[in-house]
Design a protein around this ligand. Structure first.
Ligand code: SAH
Length: 449
């Protein structure tokens, strides 16, 4: 039996999808964050559950050879990165194993796992940041501490461009000097809630989106100063969020400067992106992800035929696949993303693609055209059983699943495999170096009876 605050000795033998190290103590699974495979530690038990417990490092007795010196002052405090204490080689190996474990253990799936894919760029890769703000002596921004709503101030973040901090510094300094009202989450009053910045990787165009409970005249002045002080500002938007929730963006948007959108390039296509549209945060690795998916999909054929793409966002995947498809139909729930997608197709003169705004489950339930390839790229929770059922009813020859959550991907692939799809190939692609997140591409083909 284990007790809270007990100190135990532990060998870390694997890493989990949550980014924790795992060791066994008398058959009990003990999860300890910020450890490495091969660490021998003494661990302090924090929380005991029926079959497992959470602990933290008390002392590293003998360190793993995978460990490196951490180079970030807020690592372990800010909730962003989980793996800065590991060499990147060790991180890639661990992420590959996390995917294999998810498919073999949850999915009971035996498939060919391709070598793990990464472009090995671990710094400055993010094209987007969302900083919550709070009022201390001055106005401060940062990231939430892990599993908390306490904001840890951030002066620099290695995985994003320096310009994001420079803009946030500028905005918060202005807010302090001009006594701008800052949102207080507990009391649910105040105005400015979040500083959300996105920069096109290739275009360098920047959108600054201030999330606030209401618009105030000072934002116009701030907007003017931002454009004078920084280059490449293409868009300054106030997003109005009056709700008392954790959801960052509200419905209403007011454009203070430039356009509502920024442009970028993805897989050689021009894309316009609205603040509310999803866009992969690591552009270069997303290109690697999509080209891997395309290579897999085309390995036994020259054309993908009629393609249905669920959860299509601004149309990046569908447009990249259009040249080897008869026709592509994209479905996405966010109206602004569909507006972007339609304009993107036009801007790139892609004429064999059509986009529909709606819920993927509802759309596919009522869909009956003949489809050869289905592409799915769902959010972390994966697909509903109904959606998977409808996919099987359409009986495409191939299904390509792209997923940011190996556990739900494995669960959904198992359902498709039980319905007659053979899991042909699985590849992990690292879009989120130094964090616990990883993308998976799965190629499935209809079994020939
Ligand atoms: N394939 C795109 C987007 C993937 S992210 C890309 O790579 O850029 C998942 C997308 O699914 C998001 O754009 C999100 O808005 C959308 N989405 C979430 N729930 C949905 C639903 N129920 N129906 C349709 N789209 C949904």
């Amino acid at each position: 039996m284990l007790n809270k605050n007990q100190i135990i000795e532990l060998d870390i033998t694997s890493l989990t999808s949550e980014g924790s190290g795992l060791g066994k103590y008398n058959g009990f699974a003990i999860f300890v964050p910020f450890t490495a495979i091969g660490d021998k530690i003494s661990a302090k038990i924090l929380k005991v559950k029926t079959n497992y417990a959470y602990a933290k490092i008390e002392k590293i007795i003998s360190p793993s050879k995978d460990r490196i010196e951490n180079d970030c002052p807020v690592f372990t405090k800010c909730g962003g990165c989980q793996f800065r204490h590991l060499s990147y080689e060790a991180e890639k190996k661990a992420k590959n194993q996390i995917i294999i474990d998810a498919f073999e253990r949850i999915g009971k799936i035996r498939a060919e796992f391709m070598p793990f894919i990464s472009n090995d760029i671990t710094d400055g890769y993010r094209n987007k940041v969302q900083f919550p703000v709070y009022k201390d002596k001055s106005v401060v921004y940062g990231f939430y501490a892990p599993y908390s709503h306490r904001i840890v101030p951030i002066n620099e973040c290695k995985i994003q461009p320096k310009i994001f901090n420079q803009i946030a510094d500028f905005v918060t300094k202005f807010c302090t000097e001009n006594k701008i009202s800052i949102y207080n989450e507990e009391k649910h009053h105040g105005v400015l809630r979040n500083i959300y910045i996105r920069q096109g990787h290739y275009s360098k165009q920047i959108c600054v989106c201030l999330v606030a409970r209401r618009n105030i005249p000072e934002f116009k002045k701030l907007s003017h100063l931002i454009t004078r002080h920084f280059e490449n500002i293409n868009s300054i938007v106030i997003n109005i969020n009056k709700a008392n929730t954790n959801v960052i963006l509200g419905e209403e948007e007011i454009v203070l400067y430039g356009s509502e959108t920024i442009s970028d390039k993805m897989c050689n296509n021009i894309v316009e992106i609205s603040p509310k549209s999803f866009y992969q945060v690591n552009t270069k690795s997303a290109e690697l992800l999509y080209s891997t998916a395309k290579t897999l999909a085309l390995q036994n054929r020259e054309s993908l035929g009629n393609v249905l793409e669920l959860y299509c966002g601004i149309g990046t995947i569908g447009m990249a696949f259009a040249d080897c498809s008869t026709k592509v139909i994209g479905v996405e729930i966010v109206p602004q993303a569909i507006e972007n997608a339609r304009r993107n197709a036009k801007a790139n003169s892609i004429n064999n693609i059509e986009f529909f705004c709606g819920d993927a489950e509802q759309f596919i339930k009522n869909f009956s055209s003949s489809i050869d390839t289905i592409i799915i790229d769902p959010p972390r929770k994966g697909c509903s059983a109904e959606t998977l059922n409808s996919i099987c009813r359409l009986s495409p020859e191939q299904i390509i699943m792209i997923s940011c959550n190996p556990s739900t991907a494995a669960r959904d692939c198992k359902i498709l495999s039980d319905s007659g799809y053979k899991i042909t190939k699985i590849a992990g692609v690292d879009l989120f170096p130094r964090t616990r997140h990883v993308e998976t591409v799965v190629l499935m083909s209809r079994s020939k009876d």
